[in-house]
Design a protein around this ligand. Structure first.
Ligand code: ARG
Length: 461
């Protein structure tokens, strides 16, 4: 048991209590942030003449050594320390002696952990943003290559109107682009430094909080010391953004699972991204997509769990807040792993373009266009809808497509039809005439793709 406290205690901590209280098994992940934060703190203390330059340099050297040794594996972070803060401080004192005991001047573990977690989440926000951008690049390539790959668009999972693969994938491009903009908002809102808030009420030392904030790349210091040590809004916002990313990945996974089914055969997954069955030799399963869909649950769980942890906490720091770590780390690992694998899977997918196009042709996806043709010839839309519906009924009875009916058959239903009906309801026309902004028509689709390219050229967070 290596603890930073004990002066006012007369008895040893019960072992089970110690274990229950300790966080080293999971907060060891914060070692870099903890050391970085300590280095900035020490630089600020020396600038304010609370420590001498010589003391600063000794402490910095000690901290640099600890960081290097942890990274090389020479120094193990073990369970004998209560948390990562105790580990770093105890090791520093071991290395440089009594000067090390000055590190914690004007600081509490409450503002220290608030800083560590903020630095960690800030880095992960950037990393998630990078992974989303990589996925968007793959989606952009698929869009560029499939402006004229026709497929059915669905509502209620029923064939509705023809679209293109570029257009369908473009919908996901928008979702993941919004995810990035959420991360940008979070980054800007959270980028303030809590260090210097002390335990809750600041400190009597003349700290320069602006300076510490600047050293650590923050926009400035936080504005209320009680809020600084007890604010975990940014964790909740980030979890919410991750849950939304997972929801998007899960929807896309669901589509890939459907498209990969024997009935659809719209796509073929790469062998490297599929798995087999232990009993059925013919199987090639979309396990990656299924796992991404399935893992969405635990990320939602982390969000709900931590929202619940925070809901009854009085100001300021409470130990409940230590629960901002395990579930959150798991949600981050899960989402980032899913993003990486999903990107690889989509990048290597083969689209069966002929199957997609044939599917769009045989589901009456041009029935709206039959009605639109009549509207263009002066028939009110409601009547045109009825005529087109009766033609569909006839086709179903005779097992035909709308394109197969003779002009005579069209005219029996409505004399307005002319020979140009066939061209008007061809797949190509159906898609190409859809030129409202955001529609699948080639001209507007190219515009969107050009904008995407400019957007992707811009740097990450
Ligand atoms: N392990 C604690 C956490 O993660 C560090 C802060 C401890 N502060 C305290 N007053 N016990 O929240």
């Amino acid at each position: 048991m290596a603890q930073l406290w004990g002066g006012r205690f007369t008895k040893k901590t019960d072992q089970m209590v110690y274990d229950f209280n300790a966080s080293i098994s999971f907060d060891k992940r914060l070692y870099r942030q903890d050391i970085e934060g300590s280095m900035a703190h020490v630089r600020m203390l020396a600038k304010q003449q609370i420590l001498s330059d010589q003391e600063r340099d000794q402490i910095l050297e000690g901290l640099t050594g600890i960081l290097a040794d942890v990274e090389s594996g020479a120094l193990q972070i073990t369970a004998e320390y209560e948390d990562i803060h105790s580990f770093v401080e105890a090791n520093l004192i071991d290395r440089i002696g009594d000067v090390g005991k000055k590190l914690h001047t004007g600081r509490s573990r409450n503002d220290q952990v608030a800083l560590d977690m903020r630095l960690y989440v800030r880095g992960e926000v950037q990393h998630t943003d990078h992974l989303l951008r990589e996925l968007l690049k793959v989606l952009q390539r698929i869009m560029e290559e499939n402006i004229d790959t026709f497929m059915p668009g669905f509502t209620h999972l029923q064939k509705a109107q023809p679209v293109t693969l570029a257009h369908h994938v473009g919908a996901y491009f928008e979702m993941f682009r919004r995810d990035r903009s959420r991360l940008k908002d979070i980054y800007e809102r959270m980028n303030y430094c809590p260090l210097g808030a002390g335990a809750l009420a600041g400190t009597t030392y003349p700290l320069d909080r602006e300076y510490t904030a600047q050293l650590l790349g923050f926009a400035g210091p936080t504005r209320n010391s009680m809020d600084s040590v007890s604010d975990r809004d940014y964790v909740i916002e980030y979890l919410s953004a991750l849950a939304t990313v997972m929801m998007h990945l899960s929807r896309f996974s669901e589509e890939i699972i459907i498209w990969n089914s024997n009935e659809y055969r719209f796509v073929e997954l790469d062998d490297a991204y599929s798995t087999g069955s232990s009993i059925m030799p013919q199987k090639k399963n979309p396990d990656i997509a299924e796992l991404v869909r399935g893992k969405t649950g635990r990320v939602y769980g982390a969000l709900m769990g931590f929202l619940t942890t925070m809901k009854g906490l009085p100001l300021a720091y409470n130990k409940d807040m230590q629960e901002d770590k395990e579930g959150v780390f798991d949600a981050i690992d899960t989402t980032e792993m899913c993003l990486t694998l999903f990107t690889g899977m989509v990048d290597t997918i083969t689209f069966n373009k002929e199957v997609m196009e044939a599917s769009a042709k045989n589901g009456f996806t041009n029935a709206t266009d039959v009605a639109d043709y009549l509207v263009n010839h002066g028939i009110p839309f409601r009547d045109a809808h009825g005529i087109s519906g009766r033609l569909v009924l006839k086709c179903i009875a005779e097992n035909k497509a709308l394109d197969d009916l003779t002009l005579e058959e069209y005219r029996q239903e409505c004399p307005v039809f002319e020979a140009d009906i066939y061209e008007a309801i061809s797949m190509k026309t159906c898609v190409e005439r859809r030129l409202t902004l955001g529609a699948p028509g080639e001209a507007v689709m190219r515009q969107v793709i050009d904008e995407n390219r400019a957007y992707l050229d811009k740097v990450c967070l």
